[in-house]
Ligand binder design. Structure first.
Ligand code: GAL
Length: 695
């Protein structure tokens, strides 16, 4: 089988579960898939029992037969390891493999992801099944790649089994070497938490007000990440020994308490994301899926796609792309994608850099928790409008392939900087979380509305200083927003200094630089290690009090809000105060400063960046509407640009129910039709136009 996932075409796929269906359906399924443009399938990720029905008894006949059929039908296969769903015989005979709730209650068999990463018994069984599967199936010609497990850390990223406590102790011993060092790092003298023997240490447990020592929790999250990465690496090392030349290893999802960047680098060839923009329309009171219908809705998934792109910079795929109405039988009810919306979401992923898009799932399950998580086909197996839409989408992706889109890269006008220390510390820190979330959402939304394509740029985790990116990565961006890096390290501060010295513009927000890598607040002037760089001295601060209303700032005649939290800035020598607070008890005090370093600049803004404030920053820093000279796009549409060599591919995506009008200020080629286009062009509801032009 020709290798098809190497950046040489835009490929469509689906997730298929042959074990759910009668054998008589399979050939027809594969043929119908091919007829509608599906050229690859992901299989087997929950099917442990099919190969090992009881302990140590292996039967390869099911997948042997199926893979032969796939090969005969010229269908490429991504084969998965089944470790997300340990079998009942294993959960029952060895309850130590199970994950536990914080109170110690074991999670039982009956759903999925009920295992923990650290049980030596689970590691033994998991590595054996992976060894058996890879050893037997890797040479098969139908296979083009492997998926490890399924959505690492999905559904829960908390692990409280006894194996986790044992492994956490080892992790801490290695990190700190002595209890003295650990006690100091965690400030255990506070509330008499001092540890006097390693055996006293545990993963966090139930406490009054759920207020576990924050420095312990930060290390615990780091530990969860290490555990998950180690589990993936264990599998990747095994598969790699058997991998046929040219095949790849990946995993899917993108979940919390996990250094996805490191995992990708050390274990995967590229990363795949599972994109479900329909969550925006969930009928749910679940706080996980808040309903802010009027604020970008499904367009918000572009934020996640930007994050995936930062993890897997050369290329990435979508292993699961929404293809129907969704819901488990217990939660997450969402409507059917409207006509053209399923294609819009697939093209959203492609616009952001995905060269592979695989729909979840081929046919809706007729039993189990996911009977409402509809795939392309419904229970009836009849042809339907979504299948027809898939066929239409395929015609378009074929044109994109011919135009050379695969392997091209996304062009961002600026980046938001993040790092794992702060992401993980923010999980617990309610003071910081509210500030951080406001700005992350605010800058992303402003970038969308100003058609300013953006990237995320990760500065790693302080436990792995070797992960700090090179200056050249930062230098790709004329402007970096690092909204509120509470935790700052000397290495990161130095890299930022180099970026600014080389002419970059850095924008910092309130609450920067006040914590160390353990999440403690050392005795120094704020913003700590960023003081010289920013030229700002933060002499006082406050949350915006509810009775303060909107705190505003006048920036050269433009009023902006300093939302959520305010730092009061005193300028150090050579720093300009660009704007002062207009109201509040600190009216007249410094709200925005600028420090120049040669051609480089550092702005320190005393508030959080909500959408409207961020928009003003983008405008003043001249990164709003960077393509305005060539395309004028209305606010309801997203503009994304990919480029390769001298070719540029402009995607305009209409997320609205109504048509949109664009103004093309020069001549482009419509990739779907090959025709030249300029002037006013109408885009239907949920329509996507892809235009080609030269740089
Ligand atoms: C994903 C998962 C799939 C399926 C889907 C719909 O998170 O990987 O196995 O569960 O969601 O719920």
């Amino acid at each position: 089988m020709e290798k098809i996932l190497l950046g040489n075409k835009i490929l469509l796929g689906t997730c298929y579960y042959p074990e759910h269906w009668d054998e008589s359906l399979r050939k027809d399924d594969l043929r119908r898939m091919k007829k509608h443009g599906i050229e690859a399938i992901r299989i087997a990720e929950f099917a442990w029992n099919i190969t090992e029905p009881s302990e140590g008894v292996f039967d390869y006949s099911f997948w042997d037969r199926f893979l032969d059929l796939a090969l005969a039908e010229d269908m490429a296969v991504i084969f998965s390891t089944p470790t997300a769903t340990p079998p009942a015989w294993l959960s029952t005979q060895f309850p130590e493999i199970l994950n536990a709730r914080m109170d110690g209650t074991l999670l039982r068999h009956g759903a999925r992801r009920h295992y923990n990463y650290n049980s030596p018994v689970y590691r033994r069984f998991a590595s054996r099944i992976v060894e058996k599967l890879a050893g037997h199936y890797a040479p098969h010609k139908a296979i083009i790649g492997w998926q490890i497990d399924n959505e690492i850390n999905c559904e829960t990223d908390e692990f409280y089994s006894d194996s986790d406590t044992a492994a956490f102790r080892e992790f801490l011993k290695e990190k700190y070497g002595s209890l003295k060092a650990l006690n100091k790092a965690w400030g255990t003298v506070f509330w008499n938490q001092t540890y006097t023997a390693w055996a006293e240490l545990r993963v966090p447990g139930p406490t009054v007000s759920n207020s576990v020592n924050p420095h312990q929790v930060l290390d615990y999250i780091r530990f969860v990440s290490e555990s998950a990465r180690g589990f993936v690496k264990m599998q990747s090392d095994i598969i790699r020994r058997h991998l046929k030349k040219g095949d790849f290893i990946t995993t899917n999802g993108m979940f919390g308490s996990l250094d996805n960047h490191r995992m990708n680098r050390e274990s995967l060839d590229f990363y795949t994301y599972d994109s479900y923009p329909n969550f925006a329309y969930c009928i749910s009171e679940d706080p996980l899926f808040p309903q802010d219908r009027h604020d970008l809705n499904d367009r918000k998934w572009s934020r996640n796609l930007a994050e995936v792109r930062s993890i897997s910079q050369e290329r990435f795929g979508i292993m699961e792309q929404q293809s129907g109405p969704n819901g488990w039988n217990t939660r997450m009810m969402a409507p059917s994608p409207r006509p053209a919306q399923m294609s819009l979401w697939a093209l959203q992923s492609i616009a952001h850099g995905a060269d592979y898009v695989s729909f979840f799932r081929w046919r809706t399950a007729v039993f189990g928790t996911e009977i409402y998580w509809h795939g392309i086909l419904d229970y009836s197996n009849r042809d339907n409008r979504r299948l027809e839409e898939l066929g239409e989408l395929w015609k378009k992706t074929e044109k994109l392939s011919v135009a050379g889109l695969a392997g091209s890269s996304y062009q961002a006008a600026f980046a938001i900087v993040r790092d794992y220390d702060n992401i993980w510390d923010t999980k617990l820190d309610a003071w910081h979380r509210i500030v951080e979330k406001e700005s992350d959402a605010g800058i992303f939304r402003a970038a969308q509305l100003c058609h300013s394509p953006m990237d995320y740029l990760y500065l790693g985790d302080s436990c792995h200083p070797e992960d700090l990116p090179s200056l050249s990565l930062l230098e790709r961006y004329p402007v970096l927003f690092y909204p509120h890096p509470a935790i700052m390290t000397a290495e990161r501060a130095k890299l930022l200094e180099q970026y600014v010295e080389a002419g970059g513009t850095l924008v910092l927000g309130c609450r920067s630089g006040y914590k160390d890598p353990n999440g403690r607040c050392p005795m120094h002037k704020l913003p700590g290690l960023l003081q010289n760089l920013s030229g700002a001295d933060i002499t006082d601060f406050s949350f915006v009090a509810p009775d303060d209303g909107r705190i505003t700032v006048d920036w050269d005649g433009t009023e902006i809000e300093a939302a959520v939290f305010n730092d009061i800035i005193e300028p150090l020598d050579g720093t300009e105060i660009l704007a002062a607070y207009k109201n509040g008890w600190y009216a007249g005090k410094g709200a925005l400063s600028l420090k120049r370093h040669g051609r480089g600049k550092v702005y320190y803004f005393g508030g959080a960046f909500n959408r409207d404030t961020a928009k003003v920053f983008l405008e003043k820093l001249k990164i709003a509407e960077p393509h305005r000279d060539t395309i004028e796009v209305p606010p309801g549409c997203e503009l994304a640009v990919r480029s390769k060599g001298k070719n540029r591919y402009y995607f305009v995506l209409n997320y609205e129910r109504k048509p949109a009008a664009l103004n093309l200020k020069r001549e482009f080629t419509n990739i779907y039709t090959g025709k030249k286009l300029s002037g006013t062009v109408d885009l239907p509801p949920y329509g996507v136009l892809v235009l080609q032009g030269e740089k």
